[in-house]
Design a binder for this molecule. Sequence first.
Ligand SMILES: Cc1cc2nc3c(=O)[nH]c(=O)nc-3n(C[C@H](O)[C@H](O)[C@H](O)COP(=O)(O)OP(=O)(O)OC[C@H]3O[C@@H](n4cnc5c(N)ncnc54)[C@H](O)[C@@H]3O)c2cc1C
Ligand code: FES
Length: 265
Amino acid sequence: MEHSLTRPSEVVRTEALGRDIYRLTLVAPQIAEDARPGQFVMVQTAAGKDPLLRRPFSIHQIAGNGTVQILLKVVGRGTRLLAETKQGDFISVFGPLGKGFSIPKAGQNICMVGGGMGIAPLLFLGKWILRSGFDGKLIALLGARCGDEITTLKEDFIHLGLHPMIATDDGSAGHHGLVTDLMPRNMTPDEEWLVLTCGPYPMMRGVAKICKQKNWSCQVSMETMMACGMGACLGCAISKPNDLHSYQHVCKDGPVFEMSDIVWR
Ligand SMILES: Cc1cc2nc3c(=O)[nH]c(=O)nc-3n(C[C@H](O)[C@H](O)[C@H](O)COP(=O)(O)OP(=O)(O)OC[C@H]3O[C@@H](n4cnc5c(N)ncnc54)[C@H](O)[C@@H]3O)c2cc1C
Ligand code: FES
């Protein structure tokens, strides 16, 4: 697919959703038109050379008016600068990039499992699945450190018509514990499930382990450091299973992979 050019995108809204969590709405009609759930964009965080490199963010939502949203947590200088953008600012956004989730045939049940900022692509994914005429069960299991991180996102899933199950590390909302604890409780063992997951590596490893035990299919959205986002720098290489000396690239071959394509450590 052709990428939208790096035309500056106007920031139309910056929302604070919780401590250090922000949602940016950007005018990017071509990205909004081309994007598929699980794809990402590379975002320039400052006009000058510091930081020099663009930062990758999942496409969180798109809208018919040509806007694209990203959800971000402030972890360093680039994300801090993005969180400080104001309505009317312009930032350069490149994408959509990578391979997203493969949406299954009708009739299969789908469970989306997200943790932390890994929840970002699942809202777009859920909406896409529902609009595709999908007729199986669709559930969302969402994990966060505390209730404050998840309140607005939970409402967004409810607005879609889903009733997400929540797990928090501190027990301030939903189940006190791991989001993976929610899988056996909410997924009927005698039915066929496809699990679509995005979040911290240990969480996805736990999800993949359960799926393997239950013989459920699973696609995982991997996260690595990325410099170019399009297969040129080779900085996002991860080993291929069965041959640890050959590599695949998260930005180009992923970020979404079948769980069997990942070497789980
Ligand atoms: C495909 C993809 C999609 C992503 N989607 C989102 C998203 O939707 N929302 C979101 O908040 N973040 C997302 N990220 C992570 C995001 O790109 C980083 O948090 C961001 O680049 C940090 O930039 P910074 O300048 O603020 O921090 P830096 O100063 O660059 O780094 C701060 C700290 O974060 C660590 N870090 C930076 N990037 C990564 C990374 N990719 N993986 C693990 N650790 C990292 C650094 O090692 C350092 O410890 C995604 C990453 C990838 C690869
Ligand atoms: S980020 Fe450069 S090759 Fe993947």
